[in-house]
Design a binder for this molecule. Structure first.
Ligand SMILES: Nc1ncnc2c1ncn2[C@@H]1O[C@H](COP(=O)(O)OP(=O)(O)OP(=O)(O)O)[C@@H](O)[C@H]1O
Length: 202
């Protein structure tokens, strides 16, 4: 990995687009190359999730205390739950010599842009809204009501990505193998033929 690729990497994109899937593969392939910035959340753990691994699961009261202390680089409310990235988790990853990867939403991206973190921003786009809906339903982790909430938030994420100078790279997660190959190149700081943002008006 080139030294410049140690700059933190922020990945963002609508819920269900496949960020978790791509990250899981990257960490499996390079267990010592990358470190995930484990966010805090007030949402309930999904089956198979472990505290401190996917998230630091916390209560709304504790989360508010952490906001008060200025512990977060960014934090946001999403689908009725709080999510946040603490300065401490990013520092912790940097100390291990790994490239820090942050998986956050558009509100978080806006907040990070106001700090001196200066990461690389990578937007993961669905090929179409129809595919995004299918993936959210196919994952079967949410109620229909929660899926509708995620979809309306997804539209806001996509609108934000369309604003000028928001991302450095965009990858369309259509074919997983192809998307992963590009994702891997961006993560390793290599040259990549990046995708065009699809119309996403369906
Ligand atoms: N390229 C792909 N083709 C088909 N299915 C995919 C692809 N990428 C991911 N999926 C599937 O889409 C669903 C959503 O993916 P995933 O949970 O990784 O999304 P996410 O962006 O991490 O969502 P969230 O932000 O809500 O955690 C999963 O069931 C996953 O297996």
């Amino acid at each position: 990995m080139s030294p410049s690729s140690k700059v933190p990497l922020v990945i963002f994109g609508p819920s269900g687009v496949g960020k978790g899937t791509l990250l899981k593969r990257l960490f499996a392939e390079f267990p010592d190359g990358f470190g995930f910035s484990v966010s805090h959340t007030t949402r309930a753990p999904r089956p198979g999730e472990t505290d401190g691994k996917e998230y630091h699961f916390t209560t709304p009261e504790k989360f508010k205390d952490l906001i008060q202390c200025g512990a977060f680089i960014e934090h946001a409310q999403f689908s009725g739950n709080f999510y946040g990235t603490s300065f401490q988790t990013v520092r912790h990853v940097a100390e291990t010599g790994r490239r820090c990867v942050l998986d956050i939403d558009a509100q978080g991206v806006q907040q990070i842009k106001r700090t001196d973190l200066n990461p690389i921003y990578l937007f993961i786009s669905p090929p179409s809204m129809t595919v995004l809906r299918e993936r959210l339903r196919g994952r079967a982790t949410d109620s229909e009501e929660a899926i509708q909430k995620r979809l309306s938030t997804a539209l806001k994420e996509i609108q934000y990505a369309r604003e000028p100078n928001v991302y450095d790279y965009v990858i369309v997660n259509d074919d997983l193998e192809k998307a992963y190959e590009k994702f891997r190149q961006v993560a390793l700081g290599q040259e990549v033929n990046q995708d065009m943002l699809p119309p996403l008006d369906d």
